[in-house]
Design a protein around this ligand. Structure first.
Ligand SMILES: Cc1cc2nc3c(=O)[nH]c(=O)nc-3n(C[C@H](O)[C@H](O)[C@H](O)COP(=O)(O)OP(=O)(O)OC[C@H]3O[C@@H](n4cnc5c(N)ncnc54)[C@H](O)[C@@H]3O)c2cc1C
Length: 378
């Protein structure tokens, strides 16, 4: 389907220019494959350009061994082909990769591998897209097409924060995309930075390999059980959303989570003010589905850093989350925001303590009335 237009270009004597009659899709992950299959079904041929040497390179090269789909399989299948019925509810990473390979095979999708798209530009005069790619040997290819579909993924690039002084740290530093298993960390102390689904699962994996992980949590986070009343939390949410407004569904999810997991703020994991689904809707921040990590935190297998930073004495969590620690510990006036910050802290602390205080009073008066009735009986 590709027609070579010319064999020279100004940028490199080796470059070739290929005319693609259908759309070019950049990326052979699940999204790119799904787009190619749907186009094929409509009779439209397409070409996938993939920088890696395989389909689903994120899943094949950049994920840890124990990874399973976080969501039940019925919510993860690509268009026009379900998962095999003998797959478990949460397929393993290998099963998911196998499914994607079958998917590509089934729809006759043959991406062009080792092609990194470096540049794409629309030519308004001609009405065509012009792409420049390089392969492993740095040979440049150019593609011309009418439609360009970007499927390069939300997580295609590792985001490593710029941590001051990190170069002085002598130990091993790894992004989760390079983490395979806790085997190499046996008996070692490991600091896991970030409390998303991956950070939480990596902590659990480290525990299972007898490492000693600690978790640093910058922000507030919604942790929900993976399943509620025997149904996947995601499935239950989708079902409830058909009948109830998102705010009500959020409330229900939080009540059930509280009943099942308890108050996560006691473990240093504060919940955001916005409910889990609303937060996802507004900011894209995904709630963490607990696969057993919380029990390890409760059991003390996963440590969390203390409330205050050893170096400067300030709360580790930045404003507005630095006011509350563990075991009834609070901080007011460490926000670097003057009296306004102190006032905000103070109000939050008072609200939080008021809640506990009222519960305490109820408990004390109940105990007192029980004691009085015993007294009168005797
Ligand atoms: C650990 C993990 C677990 C997840 N679990 C789930 C889950 O259970 N359920 C769920 O719904 N979602 C899950 N997701 C989110 C999402 O579904 C996956 O990230 C999924 O792989 C996204 O597919 P994608 O094709 O959009 O992106 P990717 O899988 O990232 O694929 C993008 C492709 O584009 C290629 N590419 C990038 N730039 C270029 C370029 N310039 N030129 C050529 N090729 C390029 C990359 O090499 C890659 O192969 C998970 C994500 C992660 C990281």
């Amino acid at each position: 389907m590709n027609n070579k237009l010319s064999s020279s270009s100004s940028s490199s004597p080796k470059s070739t220019c290929i005319w693609v009659p259908g759309p070019v899709i950049v990326g052979a992950g699940p999204s790119g494959l799904a787009a190619a299959a749907c186009l094929k079904e409509k009779g439209v041929p397409s070409l996938i350009l993939e920088r890696s040497n395989c389909i689903a390179s994120l899943w094949q090269h950049k994920t840890y061994d124990r990874l399973h789909l976080h969501l039940p399989k019925q919510f993860c299948e690509l268009p026009m082909m379900g998962f095999p019925s003998n797959f478990p509810t949460y397929p393993t990473k290998q099963q998911f990769i196998g499914y994607l390979e079958n998917y590509a095979e089934n729809f006759g999708i043959r991406p062009r591998f080792n092609e990194t798209v470096k540049h794409a530009e629309f030519d308004p005069k001609l009405g065509f897209w012009h792409l420049k790619c390089v392969d492993k040997a740095e040979i440049v290819s150019e593609f011309v097409c009418k439609w360009l579909i970007v499927a390069t993924g939300e997580n295609a690039e590792a985001v490593v924060p710029n941590i001051e002084g990190i170069e002085e740290f002598g130990g091993c530093i790894k992004h989760t995309s390079l983490y395979k298993s806790g085997e190499e960390f046996r008996g070692k102390k490991v600091l896991v930075v970030g409390c998303g689904n991956s950070g939480m699962e990596v902590c659990l994996d480290l525990c299972n390999y007898d490492a000693i992980p600690s978790l640093v949590v910058r922000d507030s986070v919604h942790i929900l059980p993976r399943e509620m009343v025997g149904i996947s939390t995601f499935g239950l949410s989708m079902w409830l959303l058909q009948w109830l407004p998102i705010r009500v569904v959020d409330r229900l999810l939080l009540i059930i989570s509280w009943l099942m997991l308890g108050d996560t703020s006691h473990l240093g994991l504060d919940r955001p003010t916005l409910g889990p689904l609303q937060l996802k809707h507004h900011s894209g921040k995904t709630p963490v589905l607990d696969v057993g990590t919380l029990a390890k935190i409760k059991g003390g297998d996963i440590k969390e850093e203390g409330m205050f930073c050893k170096e400067d004495g300030f709360p580790r969590k930045p404003f507005p989350n630095g006011w509350k620690g563990e075991n009834g510990l609070y901080a007011v006036g460490f926000t670097k925001k003057g009296l306004l910050g102190a006032s905000i802290d103070a109000k939050r602390i008072a609200q939080d303590i008021e809640r506990c205080w009222k519960d305490e009073i109820k408990h004390i008066s109940l105990t007192y009335s029980i004691m009085m009735s015993f007294d009168q009986c005797s």
